[in-house]
Design a protein around this ligand. Sequence first.
Ligand SMILES: C[S@@+](CC[C@H](N)C(=O)[O-])C[C@H]1O[C@@H](n2cnc3c(N)ncnc32)[C@H](O)[C@@H]1O
Length: 268
Amino acid sequence: MPLPAMGAAVLPIRRPLLPRQADIGGTRECSQTLERTTPDAGRSREAMSLTSETGTMLREFLRSPIDTGAVAPSSRRLGTAVTAPVPELGHPVVVELGPGTGAFTGIIQELLGGRGRHLAIEINPQLAEMLRDRFPYVEVLTEQAAALPRLLAERGHEKADVVVSGLPWASFPSTVQYETLSAIREVLAPDGAFTTFGYVHAMRLASALRFRRMMREAFEEVVAGRTVWGNLPPAFVLHGRRPRAVTPTGAPHPLAPHRPVRLLAEDH
Ligand SMILES: C[S@@+](CC[C@H](N)C(=O)[O-])C[C@H]1O[C@@H](n2cnc3c(N)ncnc32)[C@H](O)[C@@H]1O
């Protein structure tokens, strides 16, 4: 079993777990739970909401570190980078994997503005229940991400236009990485987009390298997006486009060339 890609491993001991002020400002916009009376009241309620999401993630991490894979929710900046492929027009089917406390969920809802469908697949029943309360327009399913083809088919969708992942890929054993990535490749529309992120401190773990190799086998194009240094911990974004055709056995496309993906974070 590989080590979890834990943010805790890189945190200085006395560093507070709360995100920076810039990230707090962003979270304000995407939170659907706040009522505002005065700016000060709004700010303190928002800080409470943020603290509770941070506390929830930390609690779930302590309970189940490998599945949770992070000690704190992602920042607004990382969320903006990861959700960039959500189309501005039309009625897309957007799937979110591993939404956690909803750091990307609110941003996707803002981008959709009531269009299309938004399915969120969260394996942790406590987090799934919390998301259902917080985001009534999101269909939250307490399932494994690898069940994606069945879950979409049951809802009458052949394909997804965008898959956004918050999954802790570097914590997963190879079978879970492979089955989950195969499921994503299977459901993604030919012109669809898959976006995910990884932590800079964990990018050289064998499990992280294996995942990036699988990405190159699953997609014709794998592009490294921005490195978000302001995230806690710093994270890089990966976009997969043009999913390769699935072979009859479900195995990776046999002709997949092994082109290295150059990550900006590797320059530093
Ligand atoms: C690193 S947290 C990310 C949460 C959120 N997207 C964020 O960025 O703040 C990973 C989430 O994926 C969920 N998860 C882990 N394995 C999963 C699986 N196989 N299927 C669905 N969700 C999973 C965990 O319960 C956790 O909520």
